[in-house]
Design a protein around this ligand. Sequence first.
Ligand code: ATP
Ligand code: BTN
Length: 244
Amino acid sequence: KCPHLDLIPVIDSTNQYLLDRVGQLPSGSVCLAEYQEAGRGRRGRQWVSPFGSNLYLSIYWRLEAGMAAAMGLSLVVGVAIAETLQKLGADDVRVKWPNDIYSQDKKLAGILVEMTGQAGDAAHLVIGMGLNINMPLTEQSEITQAWTTLSQACDNLPSRNILAATLISHLNQTLCDYEHQGLVGFVERWNKIDNFLNRPVKLLIGERTIEGTARGIDAQGALLLETDTGITPYIGGEISLRGC
Ligand code: ATP
Ligand code: BTN
C-alpha cells in the first residue's frame, strides 16, 4: 500500500495523529501541520508550534526488528536532518545528544521518537520533527532556552515545499539504511557534526549533575563524558545535556 501524506492545518500533535492510527496507515505515512495546539517534546515538555511557516512533521515507521532495535534512532534521524539542511544551504547545522538540531549554539529543530508495540513483535515508531523556519517574534518568551530559525541560518531559504519533500525523502532513505545496518556508519557522521564535541558540559540525571567534557558518542549511541575518573558512556532517556 502507498504511504499517506496527510496535511492537517490545525492539530493537537502530528505525533499523536499517527500514534492514534498505528495499524491503519502503511509504514512511511507522513502527517504535516501548520499549527499544533499541543506540540510536545520529551518528557511531556511543550514544543511551541505557532502559525508562521514552521514545519511540524511526523512519519510512521514499522520496524520489523522490534523495540530494542529502535535505540539510537533519534541520533540517526538527527544526522539525516542536519545533513539535509546543510545540503539545502543552512550554515553551521549541528546535533546535540540525543535529539536536537542546533545552529550557532541555539536550538533550530527538535526530534521526538515515540513507539508502541509488544516485545518480540515489530515496533511501531512515530518520528516527529519540529523545525523553526520563520518564527513570529512574540514567541521568544515562551521558549525557555536559546533558539533560532532556518531563515537566520540560511541566506537563500528554500521553499517550505522543497524543505518538506527533501526531508521526507531523506528520512525514508535513512530509516531504510538504519533497518539494514543499525548505527554502523552513522556514529562517525554524528561525531563530525556534534555541537558539543570536546566542550565542557553538564549532564542532568534526575537530581544529579555531572560536569565533564563531551567526547561524542560510541557505537551504541551512548554519550561519552570525560571526567577526572576517565571516559564514561551514558545512555537512556532520562539524561539531559547542557553546555557550561
Ligand atoms: P533534553 O536535553 O532533555 O532533550 P530539552 O530542553 O532540549 O532537553 P526537549 O524535551 O528535548 O528538552 O525539548 C523541549 C524544549 O525545547 C522546551 O522545554 C523548550 O525549552 C524548547 N522549545 C520548545 N519549543 C521550541 C521551539 N519551537 N524551538 C526551539 N526550542 C523550543
Ligand atoms: C524535542 O526537542 O524534545 C522534540 C520536539 C519535537 C517536536 C515535534 S513537532 C512535530 C511532532 N509533533 C509533536 O507533538 N512533537 C514533534
